[in-house]
Design a protein around this ligand. Structure first.
Ligand SMILES: [Zn+2]
Length: 858
């Protein structure tokens, strides 16, 4: 044991400095190179006439000094067995060694850490293991390293069943200070190690004063070896992922120390330490600076001292202090240390950049010139040379406002980068600056360039949402959240996500889209329905492990196609159906496949709605006379026929049959054959050959006139009205009405609108639907739509057309006038000029067949 009191006081103190230096080691985590062994000095507590604490169990006395030696020997054996450590012991027999001897020995060995092994003692009910670690003074990194090693060891000891008390620091009770004026550590082992720039810790394994603990964990050689193995495991776990801090430490002195420069400049050092980098650095730390040795070309302490009277006044002959001043302030202040400044160029006041206010130097976060230039509002209040006023403004107001005062420190970046600081300081911006000045600079924390929050909170009430939630993605995607919570409140934003965001189906991570997830998985839809949050929770708990697909699905996979024993998939595609009819999408949403199928079976088929690219009722009906005879106007019967028989019979349900019985017209090669051939072609212009009655009768044999028009256009109640308008508009322009009407039947699928054009557009000839990127034309009424159709047809049929009515066809100007005089030439593949209304093969010939059918109507 090392005597101790006031445990509670320590616990309270802990929280105040927990923050400093927590991150540096984890950030530096790298594999330890076997070639570079970790050097540890293991110190079995007490020995010789110092027996340490004594305990009794079952009538037998036990001495701490013997127990510590047993534990330490096992610890050494275990660590050496890994081949990665060089281990030294302060004693290997029952001999007395002073505390000073022990820390001097560790320095002599250039250890990375000094590990002191002890057994605790207090009352008989005291229980558990604890580790004494360095406080944050002098080298905060040693505190961090000590704490991390301690926790790693305590984890192993507590796994044996011994209570974990914690890792504790303790400050000197009598005001002892370190060389930089900061409060020293209480325990000699910890303090002595730190004075040699080394981490020292004391492991108090259990209480010898507690008979139960003594009996259970300390009363045999085997039990003590078990503790030694736990120590070894904890220590090795730590060094497996961290480099010893003594290596990291070197970088703190980078402004004044360069290993290669130092070793090459001083042959005595090279001779003494060879290439033992730790030893060389420790020499510099312990002796080199005090002796005024130069360890880097850019810093010569003798020049530095001679150049600056203010420093001479402050530090006198304390050579080491000049090194430290340069690291902390001088370099930032632009002071010269690599040459002597001649007396006539020496500035009268060495400090033009005032960075100190009420005894605190803000140089790490403040540059007077930068502050003045970067914050224009200051320029009306201060002169650029008002150093005292500007630093006062910065300290008393600027920091709280988060004003930037140095190219090297951006408080917003600092805040975004470090979760430990955000947890401690919240919106108190000044604290971030102060932390950097006190600890962050020494820890070499990152101070600029961070624009996304690092280490944001992802856990709430024990659930980790990170697989579906990314704070930065979420806050940047939804401006309402950014307006409400700002850019830093990760806790509140996560709460929003959990409470509302998931229920609202908001996307909070690029790699998880709840809509895609829902569309992709039938099992999830069956289980969760409209409960969106459940989909997120499923992914967190199971989906991620199952590597389920989470993005890119826009069509429902595995939708329902069966109802009452009938599989409708031959005529029904949920995604096709829902996307074709906006009324359905509006009524049922994008996910209710069951309800949409119900609609289709109950209403959709009767209403001759199209639910698949493979089945179009108007074509199926038009193509087969036997079906028309059997089913008449019973629309649903056609769908069911196709499902049960038609598909298997190879019946055509998605187009009109190919006109392979029609003779293919050929292009006229000379005037003679041209005469003969063209006489068989059907001229688009001219007097009508069909009657209105024939067109009405023909249409009615193929389809039912849609009810849409009677409720939207007062002029057109019936197919008779519709044909009449075609007849009027066509004859007015000298175009044959049966040609236009046949084309309408083909383009609209007998007004069922199976393509991109919708019924409400009054577009009867696919006008303007030349490519999918542009919407097709829309007209105000049936008559205007038909007029545009006739005008467009006239443009093809006649070389110098004169229109009777004002132009309503928006694409009229694009037609090469008179380029398709005949119906058959409306297809560009059959047109001798290579142009035409459509590029589909036999387009004109299909129209010609419809015209023939109209003319055949009796
Ligand atoms: Zn002890």
């Amino acid at each position: 044991m090392e005597s101790k009191i006031d445990r509670k006081k320590h616990l309270i103190k802990m929280s105040s400095f927990m923050l400093s230096g927590m991150l540096i080691l984890t950030l530096q985590a790298t594999d330890v190179k076997a070639a570079n062994p970790v050097v540890l000095v293991i110190d079995p507590g007490h020995g010789g006439n110092d027996s340490g604490a004594v305990g009794t169990y079952n009538g037998k006395s036990y001495y701490e000094k013997n127990m510590t030696l047993s534990i330490a020997k096992e610890l050494k054996t275990q660590l050496e067995a890994t081949g990665r450590y060089r281990i030294y012991m302060t004693r290997e027999t029952d001999t007395y060694k002073s505390l000073t001897y022990r820390t001097d020995y560790a320095r002599e060995k250039n250890a990375d850490a000094l590990i002191s092994v002890h057994i605790n003692s207090a009352g008989s009910s005291a229980t558990g293991a604890e580790v004494e670690i360095p406080n944050t003074s002098l080298y905060p990194q040693l505190h961090t390293e000590g704490e991390n090693i301690a926790n790693s060891i305590l984890k192993e000891i507590s796994s044996l069943g011994i209570k974990k008390r914690g890792a504790f620091t303790r400050d000197s009770a009598n005001g002892t200070k370190y060389s930089d004026g900061s409060i020293a550590d209480y325990y000699a082992i910890v303090r002595g190690a730190k004075s040699n720039a080394m981490t020292g810790i004391i492991i108090e394994h259990a209480f010898i004063s507690n008979p139960t603990e003594l009996g259970k964990y300390l009363s045999s050689e085997n039990k003590l070896k078990t503790l030694g193995r736990a120590d070894a495991k904890g220590i090795n776990n730590y060094y497996s992922i961290h480099e010893p801090v003594s290596i990291v430490r070197e970088s703190d002195y980078a402004l004044v120390y360069d290993y290669n420069y130092y070793i090459n400049k001083y042959s005595d050092i090279k001779k003494a330490y060879g290439t033992n980098r730790n030893a060389v650095f420790n020499h510099f730390l312990t002796y080199g600076m005090n002796e005024g040795r130069q360890a880097i070309a850019s810093f010569n302490v003798s020049y530095y001292k001679q150049n600056y009277a203010d420093l001479q006044k402050a530090y006198g002959n304390d050579t080491k202090a000049y090194f430290n001043h340069y690291i902390k302030y001088g370099y930032n202040e632009g002071r010269v240390a690599d040459k002597l400044i001649s007396s006539n160029t020496k500035p009268t006041s060495p400090i033009q950049n005032v960075t100190t206010y009420k005894g605190v130097n803000y140089a790490a976060v403040y540059n007077q010139d930068y502050y003045y230039k970067n914050n224009p509002s200051l320029q009306s209040q201060y002169k650029a040379t008002d150093g005292a006023g500007l630093i006062k403004n910065f300290v008393e107001g600027g920091m709280a406002k988060g004003l930037r005062a140095s190219a090297n420190f951006d408080v917003n970046s600092y805040r975004l980068e470090y979760p430990d600081l955000r947890a401690a300081y919240g919106d108190n911006l000044k604290s971030y600056y102060m932390h950097y000045i006190r600890y962050g600079a020494k820890e070499k924390r990152k101070t600029t360039g961070t624009t996304q929050m690092v280490g944001y909170v992802t856990k709430l009430d024990g659930v980790d949402y990170s697989s579906v939630y990314d704070f930065n993605y979420y806050i940047n995607k939804y401006s309402d959240l950014k307006n409400a919570y700002g850019a830093y409140n990760d806790q509140a934003v996560l709460s929003h996500f959990v409470k509302y965001g998931m229920n609202e189906g908001r996307q909070a991570k690029a790699t998880f889209d709840v809509n895609s997830y829902r569309l992709e998985y039938t099992d999830l839809r069956a289980a969760y329905g409209d409960n969106l949050k459940s989909y997120y929770m499923h992914y967190i708990r199971y989906g991620a492990k199952e590597k389920r697909k989470t993005t890119g699905t826009t069509q429902m996979v595995g939708y329902v196609t069966k109802l009452n024993g009938i599989d409708y998939s031959a005529v029904y595609d949920f995604n096709f159906y829902i996307n074709k009819y906006s009324d359905l999408k509006k009524a049922y949403g994008t996910y209710n496949d069951q309800a949409v199928l119900n609609h289709f079976v109950k209403y959709g088929m009767k209403e001759s709605r199209q639910a698949s690219s493979q089945f179009i009722l108007s074509y199926y009906r038009a193509n087969y006379e036997d079906l028309r005879k059997a089913y008449g106007n019973n629309n649903a019967a056609y769908y069911l026929h196709y499902i049960k028989y038609g598909k298997n019979e190879g019946r055509i349900a998605n187009r009109l049959p190919q006109p392979n019985t029609i003779t293919r017209p050929t292009a006229p090669n000379n005037s003679q054959s041209s005469q003969n051939t063209t006489s068989q072609l059907y001229e688009i212009s001219g007097a009508p050959k069909a009657t209105e009655a024939q067109m009405v009768k023909y249409y009615s044999s193929k389809a039912n006139f849609p009810t849409y028009y009677s409720s939207h256009d007062s002029e057109v109640k019936t197919i008779n009205d519709f044909v009449h308008v075609y007849y009027q508009e066509a004859t007015a322009e000298g175009i044959r009405p049966e040609v236009a009407f046949a084309q309408m039947c083909n383009e609209t699928g007998f007004l069922t609108y199976t393509g991109k054009v919708k019924i409400e557009q009054y577009n009867f000839a696919g006008l303007g639907s030349i490519d999918i990127s542009k919407p097709s034309n829309t007209f105000k009424s049936v008559r205007e739509g038909i007029r545009a159709h006739i005008q467009h047809l006239k443009a093809y049929a006649i070389k110098n057309p004169i229109l009777k009515y004002p132009l309503v066809d928006a694409r009229y100007q694009y037609v090469t006038k008179g380029s398709a005089q005949y119906v058959e030439w409306l297809g560009s593949q059959e047109n001798p000029n290579g142009v035409g209304w459509a590029t589909d093969k036999d387009y004109g010939n299909i129209l010609r067949k419809i015209i023939n059918d109209i003319l055949a109507v009796k």
